[in-house]
Design a protein around this ligand. Structure first.
Ligand code: KIV
Ligand code: NA
Length: 265
């Protein structure tokens, strides 16, 4: 089985073949998504909300994410695994970014890292790429800047469009291999995708991006709560699990489990 490499993603863009990406934070989902042919898995800082129970992505640390990255990289045969640099691990300087990214590559055995922000983090992207670490950019609505952006708001409207394109071009120039576009208008995402040589990965960015990413707990219905408009729910895992747990509990209470077939003599 051949590993997915960054040049394969570039080839898919050139052939006009959209590719899927999902988040993953553990062994079973990594294995299942890898075997389902998902070429890129992201150990997102969304593990903050989806693993650790934080109310936003801001509190999660490198120490908390590295073991999840290691679990995912141990569990895939083909997928390219991208580790998300969390808030506070790269903003201060290229040196700080290199230290955090090195931990994800060395201890987590990640294949690439992702960081949020455009032009203002070009120096960080350059430093990582110079060190041989593939970098995925992330612009538009960037959850780590939720408070600075004034909440969950669609980006790139009106005269923000040129700034968004300038950010995307700066990331490409700095050596990024792909750029996530989050919650930007379909029109602007289409324009950025056409202007860039490297692939765009959309989330709430319309149908014209080169790739599409969703958070696995959202797309599978493991998260039974309210989700953003851009999420499509492909299953009701939360419902399936709740039903399994309820039936197990009933069986125990009714002396229906374990049966003879589950017992040793
Ligand atoms: O952390 C995350 O899950 C992400 C994706 C939504 C792109 O950054
Ligand atoms: Na993220």
């Amino acid at each position: 089985k051949r590993r997915v490499r960054i040049h394969h993603l570039q080839q898919l863009k050139e052939r006009g073949e959209p590719w899927p990406m999902l988040t993953s934070y553990d062994m079973y989902t990594a294995r299942i998504f890898d075997q389902a042919g998902i070429p890129v898995l992201l150990v997102g800082d969304s593990a903050a909300n989806n693993v650790y129970g934080y109310e936003s992505s801001l509190p999660v640390t490198v120490d908390e994410l590295v073991p999840l990255v290691r679990a995912v990289t141990r569990s895939v045969e083909r997928a390219l695994v991208v580790a998300d640099l969390p808030f506070g691990s790269y903003q201060a300087s290229p040196e700080q970014a290199l230290a955090a990214a090195t931990r994800f590559m060395k201890e987590g055995r990640a294949h690439a890292v992702k960081l949020e922000g455009g032009r203002r983090y070009a120096a960080q992207v350059e430093a990582l790429v110079s060190a041989g670490i593939p970098v995925m950019g992330h612009i538009g609505f960037t959850p780590q800047s939720e408070h600075g952006l004034g909440g969950y708001r669609v980006q790139g409207r009106g005269d923000q469009a040129d700034a968004l394109l300038a950010d995307a071009l700066a990331l490409q120039e700095a050596g990024a291999f792909a750029v996530v576009l989050e919650m930007v208008t379909a029109e602007v995402a289409k324009r950025v995708t056409a202007e860039l040589r490297i692939p765009t990965v959309g989330i709430g960015a319309g149908p014209d991006c080169d790739a599409q990413v969703l958070v696995w707990t959202d797309m599978s219905g493991m998260n039974t709560g309210r989700t953003a408009r851009f999420v499509k729910r492909y299953a009701d895992l939360g419902g399936v699990l709740a039903d399994a747990a309820t039936r197990f509990a009933d069986d125990v209470r009714n002396h229906a489990f374990p049966g003879p077939e589950h017992s040793f003599h």
